[in-house]
Design a protein around this ligand. Structure first.
Ligand code: WTA
Length: 652
């Protein structure tokens, strides 16, 4: 009760949290003056700023133009520069004492451990790169990676980048059909997977899922299998001529593999993300700009120091795991913690036990997980020594002030600044964020833009306001370069709302101090536990069922997940909807997308609210599901039907 009241007070007071003095004194940026000067410089002379920052990294050949906007929005950064991101994340550190420093400290779900120094990582990456070369992988080839959170995931991604092959990591929670779509969209030549993955003490048969996915993908000529689970519960079929065990192909390979000299604008990776249509988009990131951007944001936002142990809990299947596990921190020679499993296995203290055991000093996670920890209670973190923690971060969705304060008190013990970082798959790295030694924070606000980020809030007409759509005025090095195979969709989705400004698809407001408060998506993308799910994607799964006539899916507020999905489904005439249809639809979503995309409720109705021209009014469904008063219903064909549906929803 006392705690609740203090949270309310914070909301009323708009209380500020200043960075602890010793944190500021020891941080990369020590004073507000220093920060203001650098920020001003980054906005007034972005090319100079970004050139200076890029000089901190290794280039085989220096670039000619820092930014070429001739063919905007197809921006080019560090034009004609040659580099390799793995060289910067690994080789660069072998020349000094970082050579023997832990790069990856890994813990498996069953409790096994592995520590890899930068030198170990170098050897393993090169051995795999040489083995991949023998299998014919070369610059520009696309390779899908479907692995659990094991060190081989980091090694694989780096080995591919070393050769200039394009990686497309697919989150291991995706179903066979999702893998197939992604493999076919980019014509992947190879899939790297594991026999199985540990999840809550059980083994998920990853390789079997891949077999099903690629059964008729002619583009895939090889599959590599990491031995992880060795489960006898299910057979792992090895197809002669196509499938290779990872440990066999790397055995005896040379530990030297010269990195490909990549053009700054050569594609580094594709990462598929949901959009407003039924088809996921392959977001393109290129080499030089992404490298500089993830390097610099890691350095300043996480204030990385040689002695830090940095733990980003995101799976490498999402952008956060790419930018803040695989690349950015390693470019800074940081020690990264990586954990394979579930936060409640074998019990709800697992995360805290790991923080204590490895002396984690920076912890970066998602609001949905913080809300879950909150529900489990403070007794779990209290059992552990978390005193090494000095900085906390969040990402993926808006954080409610209650969760922020809980995190601050019970995890950070009142000593750790919190960086609430706003960004997207498309932005490559963090865009709006506190700098922990400089910025005073307000629970729930991502505060201010990072260096070089010219963010503002616009209305539909492109006029600046305090509450409207978030927009970015200038290009930055980490920006996506396109949607794979679909340049028109790229222009249409991100660049057509206003002239020359990037449209992220989020609503936001700005307060008197110029602080940004991100309000969530304004398009048909729903953020469920930090996972982006396009409602159109889900709807197209439902209507594939022969008994379904129409489906409309909306997002509604959810206590733990941030948002949850509610599906409204109408059946074809004469079909009885009952539990068996519901079960079949649930199985279809799990099978075609993945379990994480399951709706909270499926409501069967013959009264889908429609306009007179027959368009489903999703806005009304959202109001209904949120319990809001109904908006304008004057365009509705059958208002009576809506009231019937409302009554039914309230019963469900
Ligand atoms: C949301 C994850 C509020 C936002 C890095 C964005 C956030 C989408 C925050 C991108 C934050 C991310 N505060 N909202 N700190 N961070 N979002 O592509 O709606 O998986 O557009 O990238 O998550 O999700 P994505």
């Amino acid at each position: 009760m006392g705690e609740e009241r203090s949270i309310e007070t914070i909301l009323e007071e708009q209380r500020h949290f200043d960075p602890p003095q010793d944190f500021s004194e020891g941080s990369h940026l020590k004073s507000t003056d220093e920060y203001e000067k650098l920020y001003k410089h980054s906005l007034e002379n972005p090319e100079e700023f970004w050139a200076e920052m890029a000089e901190e990294l290794h280039w085989f050949r220096r670039w000619d133009n820092t930014l070429n906007s001739d063919n905007a929005p197809f921006y080019k950064w560090y034009e004609n520069g040659k580099t390799n991101i793995t060289y910067n994340c690994i080789d660069r550190h072998l020349e000094n004492s970082n050579r023997n420093k832990a790069a990856i400290v890994w813990e498996g779900e069953p409790g096994d451990q592995r520590v890899m120094t930068y030198w170990d990582l170098y050897r393993e990456v090169n051995k795999l790169a040489n083995a991949l070369k023998k299998l014919g992988i070369k610059k520009g080839d696309r390779v899908a990676v479907y692995l659990p959170m094991v060190p081989e995931l980091v090694i694989s991604v780096h080995a591919l980048a070393r050769l200039g092959a394009i990686h497309s990591v697919i989150f291991a929670g995706f179903s066979a059909e999702s893998i197939r779509d992604r493999v076919l969209d980019c014509n992947a030549k190879m899939v790297i997977t594991a026999d199985g993955a540990w999840r809550r003490g059980n083994v998920l048969p990853l390789k079997n899922i891949v077999d099903e996915a690629i059964a008729d993908c002619e583009c895939v000529s090889d599959v590599i299998i990491v031995r992880r689970s060795d489960s006898t519960a299910f057979p792992c079929h090895v197809k002669e001529g196509r499938d290779h065990w990872y440990h066999r192909i790397v055995d005896g390979e040379s530990i030297t593999c010269p990195p490909e000299e990549m053009d700054s604008e050569d594609i580094l990776f594709l990462l598929y993300t949901s959009g407003t249509t039924g088809k996921p988009k392959g977001i393109i990131h290129t080499t030089g700009g992404y490298m500089v951007y993830t390097y610099l944001t890691s350095k300043y936002v996480f204030d990385l120091k040689p002695e830090d142990v940095f733990w980003c809990t995101a799976d490498v299947g999402w952008i956060t795991g790419h930018s803040y596990l695989v690349y950015g921190p390693l470019a800074n020679a940081a020690t990264c913690l990586m954990y394979e499993g579930s936060p409640d296995w074998p019990d709800r203290s697992r995360m805290w036990a790991i923080i204590e055991k490895y002396g984690v000093s920076i912890f970066y996670t998602a609001p949905t997980l913080i809300r879950t920890f909150m529900r489990w209670g403070k007794k779990w973190p209290q059992k552990y020594d978390l005193s090494r923690l000095r900085l906390l971060g969040t990402v993926g969705e808006p954080i409610n002030p209650e969760a922020w304060v809980w995190y601050y008190k019970h995890v950070g013990q009142g000593n750790c600044p919190i960086v609430d970082t706003w960004w997207q798959t498309e932005t490559g790295g963090i865009m709006i964020t506190p700098l922990p030694g400089i910025t005073y924070t307000k629970p729930g606000s991502a505060t201010r833009p990072f260096f070089g980020v010219d963010a503002c809030i616009l209305n539909d007409d492109g006029k600046e306001t305090d509450s409207g759509y978030l927009a970015i005025r200038k290009p930055w090095p980490g920006i996506l370069r396109g949607i794979y195979g679909d340049p028109e969709r790229f222009k249409e989705t991100y660049w057509s709302k206003w002239d020359g400004h990037y449209f992220p698809g989020d609503g936001a407001k700005k307060d008197r101090d110029g602080y940004f408060w991100i309000l969530g998506r304004v398009d048909d993308v729903v953020n469920v536990s930090g996972h982006r799910i396009g409602t159109a994607e889900l709807e197209s799964v439902f209507v594939e069922h022969e008994d379904v006539a129409e489906a409309a899916v909306v997002g509604v507020g959810h206590k733990i997940k941030g948002q949850g999905l509610i599906a409204f489904v109408s059946t074809v005439e004469g079909v009885d909807f009952g539990p068996s249809l519901e079960k079949e639809l649930v199985e279809m979503v799990a099978g075609k997308i993945g379990k994480f995309a399951l709706p909270e409720k499926i409501i069967f109705t013959a009264d889908m609210p429609k306009t007179r021209s027959g368009k489903i009014m999703r806005r009304l469904l959202r109001d209904l599901a949120e319990g809001n008063t109904m908006g304008n219903i004057s365009t509705l064909a059958d208002p009576e039907g809506l009231y019937k549906l409302k009554a039914k929803y309230e019963e469900a």
